[in-house]
Design a protein. Structure first.
Length: 494
């Protein structure tokens, strides 16, 4: 097993050595939660990396938005180039959720644009978690939304090795069962092509590499990895596992059971709606659901299949969905970055989703089982939290109430300290500001003045120009070219 190992010229400095030692000791002592309280610029990410290296456990890092998650993933990849650092965020470039506004009788159909690269990265994350332990997944709060059953995902993997007695058609059937599409003209991620006794597979977690399976009769003769664009052979493989093309793929037996239970729920719901004389709602629900059932029988998939996830995973009503967290082993480490923002966001996800679906279910657009296609509520998330490290410069009330110890990281590795802040009287503040900026100019320094409004910035600029100061204002209404010229103003301007 590959161990976590940091590759960096940096060494812990400032408060980092003490913070790392205390956090690692807290984890070894079995503390459920700790808080890393570090000022901005104190190297909290490097401290997190050092802790991961010392405890050698799979780690989930949650950030409150995609941009921060991408930044953290890039930093961890630089620290751990030989380990699996994955990025797991929502794969929608654009997402308009399905909704119904009863007041105006307006139905809004689900509309979305999926980012194929992010979808690949999500599959890469789940594949890594099932294959190895040296994994760091940096995720947004989308990690608490439902995925398929990890046991089904593992069971549906297609395992191939040279010398295996399996004919070409059997492999093709297995690939189709796990949602791969046959495309003999253009090979894309999640598809395969067939040329004589050869099958080229573009795995769901890959992009540039293709797995080529060569057969001799009903036996696998050779497995090679080739470059998708050039066809150049990269390496020969003694074993390969092909993961499902969708996280919602399920076994044939599970699909048959799901179709029966969806049909039963539909009949029960139709009887209830008709008993309430909600005939329009009953008709609407029956037409939509029976169409979905037919699509699932014929193709194993339908639009909005996630709304039937409870049936597909054979869960009881009201039970929590499977999420990314279920792909982690029990001893995983959880780190919540910017916890004062991320923790409240995790708690808010469930209620917004529930409110939208109440209307859809009430007016016959979805079966009640759609409620179970949801994010975890906060208590369910708490039950799934591994040993946790909250990371923040300004921890919130939740961290204060649940943390076993607070580890402070105040002194920066660079030794730089925060500037002194002095508060002056409101009386005579403009004259005081004029004197301070004049003194700074004499020292060859620049001054930056922040105002509450754009108009105030313009008025203050005009006043200082009358006083003979070299000054320019800067705000969002300035044209781009003028903005750039202002940014590179000469010394003495503020």
């Amino acid at each position: 097993m590959t161990a976590f190992r940091i590759h960096s010229d940096m060494r812990p400095r400032g408060d980092q050595p003490r913070a790392i030692a205390e956090l690692v000791q807290g984890l070894q002592d079995g503390l459920a939660a700790q808080t890393l309280l570090g000022v901005t610029g104190s190297g909290k990410t490097y401290t997190m990396a050092q802790v991961i290296e010392q405890v050698q456990r799979p780690t989930l890092v949650i950030a409150h938005n995609k941009t921060l998650a991408a930044q953290l993933a890039a930093e961890f990849k630089a620290f751990f180039p030989n380990n699996a650092v994955e990025y797991f965020v929502s794969y929608y470039d654009y997402y308009q959720p399905e909704a119904y506004i009863a007041a105006t009788d307006t139905y809004i159909e689900k509309d979305s644009s999926i980012n194929d690269e992010i979808d690949r990265l999500r599959h890469s994350a789940t594949a890594s978690l099932l294959e190895r332990r040296d994994v760091i997944v940096v995720a947004s709060v989308s990690c608490i939304y439902g995925l398929g059953d990890p046991e089904d995902y593992r069971e549906l993997m297609v395992h191939l090795r040279p010398g295996m007695r399996k004919d070409r058609d059997a492999v093709i059937r297995e690939l189709i069962n796990i949602q791969y599409n046959r495309n003999d003209f253009e090979l894309r991620r999640g598809s395969f092509r067939v040329r004589g006794d050869t099958i080229d597979i573009c795995p769901s977690a890959a992009d540039e590499l293709v797995t080529r399976i060569s057969f001799f009769g009903d036996e696998i003769e050779k497995i090679t990895e080739i470059e998708r664009l050039t066809g150049k052979v990269r390496s020969a493989r003694s074993y390969v596992s092909i993961f499902p093309a969708s996280h919602y793929a399920t076994t044939e037996m599970r699909m048959k059971q799901a179709l029966v239970s969806i049909e039963a729920e539909l009949e029960e719901r139709l009887a209830l709606l008709r008993s309430r004389n909600q005939l329009v709602e009953a008709y609407r629900l029956e037409q939509r659901t029976r169409y979905d059932l037919e699509m699932m029988r014929e193709t194993g998939f339908c639009k909005g299949i996630e709304n039937y996830s409870r049936h597909l995973t054979n869960r009881a009503p009201g039970t929590p969905p499977y999420t990314l967290i279920d792909f982690f082993p029990d001893d995983y480490l959880l780190m919540i970055d910017e916890s004062h923002v991320t923790v409240p966001q995790i708690g808010a996800m469930y209620h917004g989703d529930r409110s939208r679906k109440e209307s859809l279910v009430s007016y016959g657009f979805r079966l009640p089982s759609a409620f179970d296609n949801r994010p975890l509520n906060f208590s369910e998330f708490e039950q799934r939290m591994g040993q946790t490290v909250f990371v923040s410069a300004t921890p919130g009330k939740y961290e204060g109430a649940h943390t076993g110890q607070v580890v402070e990281q105040i002194i920066r590795p660079t030794g730089l300290i925060d500037p002194q802040i002095s508060i002056r009287s409101v009386d005579g503040q403009i004259e005081d500001l004029l004197a301070e900026t004049a003194a700074a100019t004499r020292r060859g320094e620049r001054s930056l003045v922040l105002t509450l409004t754009k108009k105030m910035a313009e008025n203050l600029t005009a006043f200082f120009q009358e006083e003979g100061m070299r000054v320019q204002y800067l705000h969002s209404d300035i044209a781009t070219v003028e903005d750039e010229n202002t940014a590179f103003a000469a010394p003495g301007r503020f």
